[in-house]
Design a protein around this ligand. Structure first.
Ligand code: GUN
Length: 282
């Protein structure tokens, strides 16, 4: 069996087109959505991500506000900037690119963002709202994975899902989203003992561990949906957390790396910015 390869790039392009139309409709009513992106330091991967976020924001017709701080900037300077963005009516969404330099307290910085402008969905109030079924801003990468899974499978109710990885950015919110859609969810991680066996029972496997080619084809239930969140730079180039060569022989559908989940993340960031703008003006 050869898996259907899920085209996240095309799906994200379609989503951006819808966002463009909705943005134009808002602008016609005198409201231009605005996203502020803050980068602290010069981490090369973060610089690439941030430039891409800013470019795609402008391409949809939204305002993009770029803020750069040096790696040595005191935390108070970042908090002052966040407060300025919190009170700026032209700014509907605020994203502080992670990771932050070691001298900064990541939780304190994230929780300084007004929850309604927290387009990353990382603020403790949004985490709690998602976990308790209230209206929340939802983290972009898991939201993108959910959209691909719903498009592929339709109703996720009763499906068994294994999420590999327990990060606050992907694993935990992914599990919450699948649970909200009534899937039966197992969260696996580095200490999980019977991972191949668990995966072998799953209709859906989401891999977000950050280890190249970690999930092998012989772990996968024939016909399962496999979503690969990994972006690992290796000597062989960019590879995911799933061994694509073997998994694609067993799975029913699989996301490639690159071109799978990656493009969905920024499209969902723009969707969240639009949602935040609509809520601020509704
Ligand atoms: N660093 C890696 N992924 C993300 C993300 O989704 N949001 C932010 N702010 N930083 C990140």
């Amino acid at each position: 069996m050869t898996a259907k390869v899920i085209d996240g790039k095309a799906f994200a392009a379609g989503l951006r087109e819808q966002i463009k139309l909705q943005t134009a409709a808002m602008i016609a009513q005198g409201i231009t959505p605005g996203l502020a992106v803050v980068l602290v330091g010069e981490d090369p991967a973060s610089q690439v991500y941030v430039r891409s976020k800013e470019k795609q924001t402008r391409e949809t017709g939204m305002n993009s506000f770029a803020h750069r701080l040096s790696a040595e900037a005191p935390q108070a300077e970042l908090l002052a900037l966040i407060e300025q963005l919190n009170t700026d009516p032209a700014v509907n969404g605020i994203l502080v690119q992670l990771p932050l330099p070691a001298h900064m307290d990541e939780a304190a910085v994230i929780n300084a963002i007004r929850p309604e402008k927290d387009v990353d969905g990382f603020h403790i109030l949004n985490v709690g709202r998602l976990a308790t079924g209230q209206k929340a801003m939802v983290p972009c990468t898991p939201l993108g994975c959910l959209m691909l899974l719903r498009d592929l499978l339709g109703d996720l109710s009763g499906k068994s899902a294994v999420v590999i990885g327990r990060s606050n950015i992907v694993g935990k919110p992914m599990a919450q989203l699948l649970l909200r859609d009534s899937a039966t969810v197992t969260i696996a991680h580095s200490r999980t003992r019977n991972l191949p066996e668990l995966c072998g029972q799953a209709d859906i496997v989401v891999a977000a561990v950050g280890r190249p080619n970690f999930v092998h084809g012989d772990w996968i239930k024939p016909g399962a949906a496999v979503v690969d969140v990994g972006i690992n730079r290796t000597d062989d180039g960019l590879v995911g957390d799933v061994d694509f060569a073997t998994a694609s022989q067993v799975a029913g559908a699989i996301t490639p790396v690159p071109g799978g989940v990656g493009p969905m993340t920024i499209a969902c960031l723009l969707a969240n910015t639009l949602t935040a703008t609509a809520r601020a003006n509704g």
